[in-house]
Design a protein around this ligand. Structure first.
Ligand SMILES: [Zn+2]
Length: 438
């Protein structure tokens, strides 16, 4: 068994456990590949009901006053490990575990991640810091204005995470252009689509030179976007993947990310990302926009930005679902890539606009900013649609819980959630109510 290196416990799960000083279950997030960063990670389970599956450990969470002795966790026969997380009012913390086969020695778990409001990582800071406006811990003054606007350096630091961005087209390229300057830990761009002339009117950073000469084969968007981002921001670690989201290597990237972003026009990719986000307790930011000209000649446009946080028991399928559920059918046959020629870009939409794509990416960045500053404390869905005066106006929408949602059911299950993707997709298709953007 891998030594636990990290515990991931979603903020609402931690808050609930602290309120009752209680026991939770934890399962290994494990690894499609033992070298991947998520190996050695354990995931606190969201649902504690039902029989105890094998390989699952007991996690005991408590909050302690200064100087108090931690109560000993109860013995738990049959658990793969016993893990203990203690938080003191002073802000100190300790996470350790007892592994069968290693005697009675407690082993320290060096990192605890708390996805959700504030995106805290224990080891950096647990208690919300007081706003500090002056100073720039990067030392070069490059972020003085951003730091000033985020109320201190700490929120900016908590934004510096591993991102997996599915979709390197219009919205994805604008999102990457805004994210890269903030020095994220890394960005994986996942997209198996090729650049076409009709993409260039609204993509950030890319131009006609990226199409190559006449007769030249077209190049993958993910690769081109990573190259252009790197030209501007050479210090950022970028991993372009020219693969569909359901490819095992892409799923591993989703698992290893701290935040999963979807900016794709294909709902198969969106569904895979939603499952990965639920399975590994990752926040999922989904971005989509649509322009449609009706038979009356009237133009309508809107965009949806959904930030789904783990630990609430709802996934993206519960927060509005998928606008084109038919596209999920390519996931029913493993190994079959989405056939883009069978689904041209204008299916269901009249076109797309650069400013609308850039604005959608900007709204996504706003939601991330408000997540790390702690202003967003729960899953959030913002729809911008034309209001009374004809301009786009924001309206908050809400998800709807579904006790039988097959994706939510696999929350916190790690790689085992992908054991039978076709069966999961059949379950999702049976329950979908389309919501409108792509
Ligand atoms: Zn769900």
């Amino acid at each position: 068994m891998l030594l636990p290196r990290r515990l991931t416990i979603p903020r609402p799960v931690l808050d609930r456990a602290l309120a009752r000083d209680g026991a939770l279950r934890a399962a290994p997030a494990a690894s499609l590949d033992s070298a991947c960063p998520s190996s050695g990670e354990w995931l606190a389970t969201v649902r504690d009901d039902g029989p105890m599956p094998s390989g699952v450990g007991l996690l005991w969470v408590s909050r302690l006053d200064r100087g108090a002795e931690a109560p000993a966790p109860p013995p738990f026969a049959g658990a793969a490990l016993s893990m203990e997380l203690q938080l003191w009012q002073s802000g100190q913390w300790q996470c350790r575990c007892l592994l069968p086969g290693l005697g009675s020695a407690w082993v320290a778990v060096p990192e605890v991640r708390v996805p959700g409001a504030g995106m805290y990582r224990l080891g950096r800071a647990w208690r919300p810091e007081r706003p500090r406006v002056q100073g720039d811990a990067d030392g070069d003054g490059a972020f003085s204005r951003t730091v000033g606007a985020m109320g201190g350096h700490a929120p900016l630091q908590r934004l510096r995470l591993r991102y997996a961005v599915v979709g390197s087209g219009r919205i994805g390229s604008h999102f990457g252009q805004m994210l890269a300057p903030l020095r994220p830990e890394s960005i994986a761009f996942i997209d198996d689509d090729m650049l076409e002339l009709s993409n260039l009117d609204a993509m950030a950073l890319l131009g006609p030179a990226d199409l190559g000469g006449p007769g030249a084969p077209s190049s993958p968007k993910a690769l081109l976007l990573a190259e252009r981002v790197l030209e501007h921001w050479p210090g950022v670690e970028l991993r372009p993947l020219v693969l569909p989201a359901q490819a095992p290597r892409a799923v591993q990237e989703l698992a290893d990310a701290d935040i999963i972003v979807t900016a794709t026009d294909h709902d198969a990719a969106r569904c895979v990302a939603a499952l990965a986000a639920a399975a590994w307790h990752r926040p999922h930011l989904d971005l989509g926009a649509l322009v449609r000209i009706g038979s009356d000649g009237r133009r309508r446009m809107w965009r949806d930005c959904r930030l789904v946080l783990p630990g609430e028991g709802l996934c993206l399928a519960c927060w509005g679902g998928f606008s084109e559920p038919d596209e999920l059918s390519c996931l029913l046959n493993p190994g079959q890539a989405p056939d883009r020629r069978a689904a041209p870009w204008h299916d269901g939409r009249s076109g797309s606009l650069g400013w609308l794509a850039a604005g959608t990416a900007a709204r996504g960045m706003e939601l991330l900013d408000r997540l790390v500053t702690g202003e967003i404390t729960a899953s959030t869905w913002v729809r911008d649609a034309e209001g009374e005066h004809g301009f786009l106006e924001a309206t908050p929408l809400r998800g709807r819980g579904d006790p039988h949602c097959p994706i939510c059911h696999l929350g916190g299950r790690g790689p085992s959630a992908f054991a039978d993707l076709p069966a999961l997709v059949r379950g999702v298709l049976a329950r979908q109510r389309p919501h409108g953007t792509r």
